[in-house]
Design a protein around this ligand. Sequence first.
Ligand code: NAD
Length: 284
Amino acid sequence: MKIQAIGVVGAGVMGIGVAQNLAQTGHQVILVDISEDILDKAKQEIRNNIRFQGFFQKSDKTETPDSVLNKIEFSTNYKFLENVDFLVENVTEKWDIKREVYPLIDSICPADCVFAANTSAIPITRIASVSKRADKIVGIHFMNPVPMKPMVEMIRGYHTSEATIETAKQMLTQMGKECIIVNDSPGFVSNRVLMLTINEAVFLLQEQVATAEDVDKIFKSCFGHKMGPLETADLIGLDTILFSIEVLYENFNDSKYRPCPLLKKMVDAGLHGKKSGKGFYVYQ
Ligand code: NAD
């Protein structure tokens, strides 16, 4: 049976992509965030993304921004999540924020609803500890931009049941995606490696060993990567990078995860990367 109604909590970089991808694959979506302004921005961003995709892809000719947006209900009221079959949580990468969300959705969503935590580094077992349905919590680490990335990292928490893994796999298949399943550990596989790489690249910039352009060029020209670490950081969001490396630092108590002071300074200065218009590079 198709999973139909999906709740998406958090309408930032990832929530927008997840909601758009779900609507484009025929799901009814309820997208929840904390302010109308954020939801208006999300609506506009999805509209722009669909137009942009239309230019570059031979996508479904009947798909228009309105046909996609009609499948998404935007709300600041969690009550609208009371009938969802599956929920993807994409709120800010801060434990104090995530820990408040799970008891709330527990009390509103149907008892059999699976919750997928889209997090960069917070352990899934820790997230499950603040919920009453630990067996129904799974990590789905979506890649950015979500509609363009066919692979995700799925994380099995300590209590995640096989039935939950199967439901999450079905959800991903419906979205046109595949997964690689890993066991729970802070940062999982992808971000335990990537966050250290990005943080070290920021140290190189801080120490004036190379310019941002040259750091990235070395990864692209020498290693054949599509993007360098600093471009990747701008795409992810420098605030999310900082929060993730802080999660790794707290969880492992290992100084190798100490955030670079330049990264902290940039986040304090509001240079959050592509989403704020400026990070290591400037965006129009
Ligand atoms: P973001 O900062 O762009 O968006 C977070 C959104 O959550 C904001 O719109 C914020 O208003 C909202 N929010 C905060 N508290 C909320 C609450 N109580 N209820 C509802 N909404 C709330 O962050 P993002 O980049 O979209 O990241 C979201 C999650 O996905 C994080 O855990 C992050 O680590 C993870 N992630 C990010 C990326 C990436 O490339 N940015 C990739 C994979 C996973």
